[in-house]
Design a protein around this ligand. Structure first.
Ligand SMILES: [Zn+2]
Length: 364
């Protein structure tokens, strides 16, 4: 197999956006563009929970990636991955262009998803900011501890106070933020993200009325009290918040981890910067997103693919080890490591040693 350039995959969503995705990809805005294509689901085998259930990525030949993966899971995913996840790729990657502020929402963790949603995956996610308008912002975590009754009151009111209850901060290109399952959050207008997620579409929409979201969908078909119980009501301290943030664009080596260490249990993102040196990485299922430059991706099985800014590429395990060369930088998104990955040389990271047992509840 060879690395495959992914075409755009932008299902219709309830909120506006998508022009930055087209511009980033170097594509013209279609005459029929409806301004509700804010997400590009890259190499997705996940469907939307509602809104028509689209989301599956197509390969250039026309079939779905899900079908190709089912036909040859070992070739696509490799043995270490399959020992942990079987034929499940374990990852959802998106480009997200927030044309308007997204509603305040939270995602279930694995325990909640297993108990109430028949899924092994919750939806911890991470944001890597590719571009942001001046003064663009995001919101994450309650500033003060909240009782269930207080959250229920804010949800009932459906007004601005829910957003005001969250930490608010500006973001710019190069910021990365880990959003643990359970933490309420919102992305502001003008933020353009590369997003890594556990591969589900489980969102508890605390704010839904002004976005026209049906209550059944807002609560994932669950009792509202049960759905809201997935929300982390504790205050997110400034100290914890700072440990959820990092920078992805301040690299000083050819391969460097881009996300806070606590992301590793869910997914991995490495910045491959061939401007420093040839970036050589081991074989594995991954999604490459190319924000800058022009170069070439070579495989140890003899493949060569020209790459340039605005491309997204999926690499099957069986294409072998990868080498990125040229004046180019790419973000390599991968699922969490398989159980025997300790034999893999870890990518260098800037925040090693940044662990705190008190944070572990957010990652379970
Ligand atoms: Zn989210």
């Amino acid at each position: 197999m060879m690395p495959i350039v992914l075409p755009r995959n932008t299902p219709r969503r309830f909120y506006r956006g998508g022009r930055k995705i087209l511009a980033w990809r170097g594509e013209a805005v279609p005459d029929t563009f409806d301004d509700h294509r804010p997400e590009d689901w890259l190499a997705s085998t996940t469907r939307l929970f509602a809104e028509g259930g689209d989301g599956l990525a197509l390969l250039p030949g026309g079939g779905t990636l899900a079908a190709a993966l089912a036909a040859d899971p070992a070739g696509w995913l490799g043995p270490a991955h399959m020992r942990r996840y079987a034929a499940d790729p374990g990852l959802l990657v998106k480009l997200l262009d927030a044309g308007e502020r997204l509603p305040v929402h939270a995602h279930p963790d694995r325990r909640f998803a297993a108990r109430h949603l028949h899924s092994r995956h919750g939806k911890t996610e991470a944001w890597m900011v590719l571009d942001a308008d001046p003064d663009a912002r995001v919101w994450l975590g309650f500033r003060s501890p909240m009782s269930s009754a207080e959250v229920a009151d804010l949800v009932e009111a459906q007004d601005h106070r829910l957003l005001q209850a969250l930490h608010e901060f500006r973001v710019s290109r190069g910021d990365a933020v880990l959003v643990p399952a359970g933490q309420p959050h919102a992305v502001g207008a003008g933020v353009f993200l590369l997003e890594l997620q556990e591969p589900t579409d489980f969102s508890v929409m605390l704010e839904h009325a002004r976005f026209g979201i049906h209550e059944d969908d807002a609560w994932l078909g669950l009792d509202p009290d049960v759905a809201q119980s997935c929300v982390d009501h504790a205050a997110l301290s400034h100290q914890r918040l700072s440990r959820l943030r990092s920078r992805w664009d301040t690299g000083w080596t050819a391969v460097q981890s881009a996300l806070p260490a606590k992301a590793d249990e869910f997914f991995r993102a490495d910045v491959l910067d061939a401007r420093f040196a040839d970036a050589e990485v081991e074989a594995g299922f991954s999604v490459l997103v190319v924000p800058d430059g022009t170069g070439e991706l070579a495989t140890s099985t003899g493949g060569r693919l020209p790459v340039h800014a605005g491309q997204t590429v999926v690499t099957p395990y069986s294409c072998g080890d990868l080498t990125l060369t040229g004046e180019v930088r790419a973000v390599r998104c991968r699922p969490a490591a398989g159980p025997d990955s300790r034999t893999d040389p870890p990518a260098l990271r800037k925040d090693d040693g940044d662990t705190n047992p008190s944070d572990s509840e957010a990652a379970t």
